[in-house]
Design a protein around this ligand. Structure first.
Ligand code: SAH
Length: 194
């Protein structure tokens, strides 16, 4: 799948692990494309929890879900992903979530200041690693071209370097021969208990 745009590659990878009825998280709802994708994949008996710090993003997402009759299985929270432990039911916090998506950066067409920050992203990632099931996947689409983006991407990679490689597999996809600061898609799979 090397030629797919990274957003589509992320979807292709997640589609292969998510089954109907699963519980998943969209850690950065934005305009809601990934939330809708997740809602379709878990189906009406599954569950998607979505987080964003901007009400405008959640409103756009909610409208998209309404237009596609996919509101039933989705709960949206106007809250930072670093507060996930306050919103995800306690009985789901340990290895019960099949997939968690991060699409970092700022809301396209929105306020570029309200961008994801490495410290809160790392908090959310460390919770995510605990929350995903064995064979579950975390996907992180990181943009390196905007202010702070490269630092955020590097800090994620540094954090990954501290993790037990026997328990997780990490794959990093980058487009070849493109622009100077290409986005990167980081895929983390948990293969054993942490
Ligand atoms: N750059 C991507 C879109 C990223 S959208 C693209 O071009 O497709 C990123 C979203 O993350 C924005 O809607 C922003 O409001 C949200 N966000 C920023 N900080 C956040 C946080 N701490 N928790 C959850 N969402 C956050």
């Amino acid at each position: 799948m090397p030629d797919l745009p990274l957003t589509q590659l992320a979807h292709a990878i997640l589609e292969s692990v998510i089954t109907a009825g699963d519980t998943v998280i969209d850690a950065t709802v934005g305009n809601g494309h990934d939330t809708l994708f997740l809602a379709h994949n878990v189906g009406p008996n599954g569950k998607v929890y979505g987080f964003d710090i901007q009400q405008a993003a959640l409103d756009t997402c909610y409208q998209r879900l309404c237009d596609n009759a996919a509101t039933k299985q989705v709960s949206l929270f106007h809250a930072g992903h670093e507060t996930m432990p306050m919103f995800i039911p306690e009985d789901l916090q340990l290895e019960q979530i099949k997939a968690i998506m991060f699409n970092l950066g700022y809301l396209p067409g929105g306020d570029k200041q309200r961008c994801t920050q490495f410290s809160t992203t790392l908090n959310a990632l460390s919770f995510s690693l605990q929350a995903i099931s064995i064979d579950g996947v975390i996907s992180i689409l990181a943009y390196t071209g905007h202010s702070g983006g490269k630092e955020e991407c590097d800090s994620i990679k540094n954090w990954l370097g501290t993790l037990d490689k026997n328990a997780i597999q990490i794959t990093i996809h980058k487009p070849e021969n493109t622009i100077h600061s290409p986005p990167e898609l980081i895929i983390i799979r948990k293969s054993k208990h942490q």
